[in-house]
Design a protein around this ligand. Sequence first.
Ligand code: MN
Length: 195
Amino acid sequence: MTLDAYHDRRDFRRTPEPRGDAAGAGDAPIFVIQKHDASSLHYDFRIEVDGALRSWAVPKGPSTDPRDKRLMLPTEDHPMAYADFEGVIPQGEYGAGTVLVWDRGTYENITEKEGARIPVGDALAAGHLLIHLHGEKISGGYALHRIEEGDDARWLLVKMDDEWADARRNPVSVAPDSVISGRSLDDIAQDEDEA
Ligand code: MN
């Protein structure tokens, strides 16, 4: 796991995003979902793996309906410090646009094979990971399945059918704002203009 691609794509004299380093082993691993109004609006789904944030862009965001299969496109690993980032990435910089922390919390790896727990790194390498999220907006089991490998790698994010499943809730619509500041994308962009 390396942050080279993350660092190569950014000019830290211009973007307010954190430079960040790999973190040491903490307690429960974290996840964060950032809403990112870039060239197209999407949700960046990140989970802590080996001291960095493994990342995917999810165009439609997560669903709580087990019948939905949400496309996930892998992106570069991000530093742990990115989990708290909200702000505006300047025009001309990689990922230019407004970012808010849509949800965050901790997760448990629940991937098993023949009754034995599979480490997260192995599960990701195999293209099948099951995690239980403890977020503020979304919780419960989610399955991550790789459906294409290589340069055009694609994954699907699917809610597991458990007590946190809810076919009617649609959290990206009913809870659009930041879980850490309560701000909307417009609020963040406006705060940045005034600063
Ligand atoms: Mn993004």
